[in-house]
Write a protein that binds this ligand. Structure first.
Ligand code: TEU
Length: 580
């Protein structure tokens, strides 16, 4: 018997509020906009909504830079609007999760403003301040050579105190000093504030980066032509991180029935990441590991590169298999996702969006792939509509993300320096951005075929993808063959069949570069899943001896065709069989 829990069976829908739905015409999505779409979400079959940050913020990183954890940014609404949203969510039997961003704050947060006042200020030690390193010529240099995830030095100089502060992300996101127990207490208080107000759980931003290696030593020089070096090994899964999360569990989490998921970038090491998740450790319920979504990133220490790498289906399957099979007996639990606000659209990356037919088929195939894995399932806004990357023809100005802009500028500066010319060719970088930039996830949701996809009656903060007249929620709600209708049926099936949530996972045909096939087992029952990742017909075998007990149950074609070898799969066909 599986250890059944509501949060394991839940389907979680991530909302990136700025791009979800604008209720007041200012061009920004808002809380009342979300409230007005709750019936749409309930109808889809999701159980929990996770809101990306809606707190007060200068939006340097679209809300992942918080200047007040207890206030809603006016662009998104008010605390009253939040209470109203929560009520609407609870009235429909759903739950609401908040984004806890506490590795860093905004530089406009009151704590940081105080910290800036001087070395003796009570809040100075809330952040990570260090004196400059003096170069031979006497010039002031950052305390070490770490590169920010968003380019440049990870340190910002403060003239007044003649010290630098650490920021793993942009300078407007100073890192909190978790080694200071007062900071930790302040974080527990923020969590209690939202729990007392009724929130049902937390997604914890970069929670595996909160403990830095003592002494903050220089990173090894991996890129000799660069001034600043990739340094994630000095702050990922750091020495005190488990002490801190266990304290969080004792002080806050253990007292409530919450859902918790930690974001854990820069580590593919299952023996490191399992520590956050194994129930015996009393930390979190699951983490977002990045091994799968980084599959098309260059191997090597620089995880901020937006140059795409070609990958093979066998690599993809190996990664999923590794995590699906990992320590089930000790209670390791997966967070299943392929999209979020930091990832390009999955149908463009893992499916095929060359034309409407293959786009629809492959988006449905990816729905089956996710909804038939073991773990808690996360769906990102617009994924249920098969929203895809925006076109290569969009100019750089349409990319609103600071990570994209900074990456482009770093490559541009390097090329200018290397060639001594201004007019360097950047077309390959633009090709890469079209494939990998975070911006593709952030175009407004396409609700209908009215101007701007019905997202706003005003001017949208970011351009709506040009395909909204054909690809939108209203059209898809009315079409039983749409991606949206398919997702709804798929989620209903997952609800009905605990084997899809809890069953053991076993890869079939591991060496096949076209078909991803796996078997799920729970007690005496079996499910088989076959996914054709190509745009052509292909054949695949059944495992020996199982065929007679299996019945075709679900897929993205009217039926499954069999061949002498086993199963004949049409382009991007997905098939689910259950034992009778
Ligand atoms: O992201 C963590 C993170 O470092 C990656 O997802 C990052 O976006 C990617 O590696 C870029 O190369 C979280 C949030 O999800 C993201 O939106 C924030 O920008 C970031 O933390 C800082 O808060």
């Amino acid at each position: 018997e599986p250890d059944r829990k509501w949060w394991k069976e839940a389907v979680i829908y991530q909302i990136y509020p700025i791009s979800f739905f604008d209720s007041n015409g200012d061009g920004f999505g808002d809380l009342n906009g979300i409230s007005s779409k709750l019936d749409y979400l309930k109808d889809l079959g999701v159980n929990v909504l996770w809101l990306s940050p809606i707190y007060k913020s200068p939006l340097a990183d679209y809300g992942y830079d918080i200047s007040d954890y207890r206030t809603i940014d006016p662009r998104y609404g008010t605390l009253g609007d939040w209470d109203n949203l929560l009520k609407g969510v609870h009235d429909r039997g759903m739950k609401l999760m908040m984004d806890l961003v506490v590795n860093h704050t905004s530089d406009e947060h009151a704590w940081f403003q105080e910290s800036l006042k001087g070395k003796d200020d009570a809040k100075r030690d809330y952040y990570i301040w260090r004196p400059p390193k003096l170069a031979e010529d006497g010039s002031r240099q950052p305390p070490n050579n770490w590169r920010s995830v968003f380019q440049g030095s990870a340190w910002e100089y403060d003239k007044q105190s003649d010290e630098y502060y650490l920021h793993l992300y942009v300078a407007k996101q100073p890192d909190l000093n978790w080694d200071n127990p007062t900071v930790r207490d302040a974080v527990w208080d923020i969590m209690r504030f939202w729990i007392d107000r009724g929130c049902d759980g937390f997604r914890m931003d970069v929670i595996n980066l909160i403990s830095k290696v003592p002494g903050l030593p220089d990173a090894p020089v991996a890129e000799p032509n660069e001034k600043y070096q990739p340094a994630s090994e000095f702050y990922t899964n750091g020495p005190r991180v488990h002490e801190y999360i266990q304290q969080m569990h004792r002080e806050v989490l253990s007292k409530h029935d919450l859902i918790t998921v930690g974001e854990a970038p820069f580590s593919y090491d299952e023996s490191a990441l399992c520590k956050y998740v194994l129930p015996a450790n009393k930390e979190l319920q699951m983490v977002f590991q990045f091994e799968l979504v980084d599959i098309d990133s260059p191997k090597g220490p620089d995880r901020s590169s937006l140059a795409p790498r070609a990958w093979k289906l066998t690599e993809f399957k190996t990664i999923i298999n590794k995590w699906q099979a990992y320590k089930r007996d000790e209670g390791y639990w997966n967070a299943v996702y392929i999209e979020n606000h930091d990832q390009a659209r999955s149908v463009s990356r893992f499916g095929n969006d060359a034309d409407n037919r293959v786009r629809t088929l492959s988006a449905k195939m990816l729905a089956v792939m996710q909804a038939t894995q073991c773990g808690t399932l996360y769906v990102y806004q617009g994924e249920e509509l098969g929203m895809h990357n925006f076109p290569r023809s969009w100019p750089l100005e349409e990319y609103k993300d600071v990570a994209t802009q900074n990456y482009y500028n770093r490559v541009l500066e390097n090329r200018r320096r290397e060639t001594g010319r201004d007019d360097v060719d950047m077309s390959d970088v633009m090709d890469g951005l079209q494939k990998k930039a975070r911006d593709h996830a952030r175009t407004p949701v396409q609700w209908d075929s009215t101007p701007n996809g019905g997202f706003t009656s005003g001017t949208p903060w970011m351009r709506v993808n040009d395909d909204y007249p054909t690809w939108n929620a209203a059209k898809q709600m009315a079409d039983p063959d749409s991606v949206r209708s398919f997702w709804k049926r798929m989620l209903a099936l997952r609800k009905e069949k605990p084997i899809l949530v809890y069953g053991d996972f076993k890869l079939i045909l591991p060496d096949d570069e076209e078909v991803f096939a796996y078997q799920r087992t729970l007690g005496a029952s079996t499910a088989l899943i076959y996914l054709n990742f190509t745009g052509k017909d292909t054949e695949a075998a059944f495992p020996t001896g199982v065929r007679s007990q299996l019945t075709y149950a679900f897929g993205n074609y009217p039926e499954a065709s069999e061949s002498p070898a086993g199963i004949l799969l049409r382009p991007y066909q997905a098939c689910i069989y259950f034992s009778t």
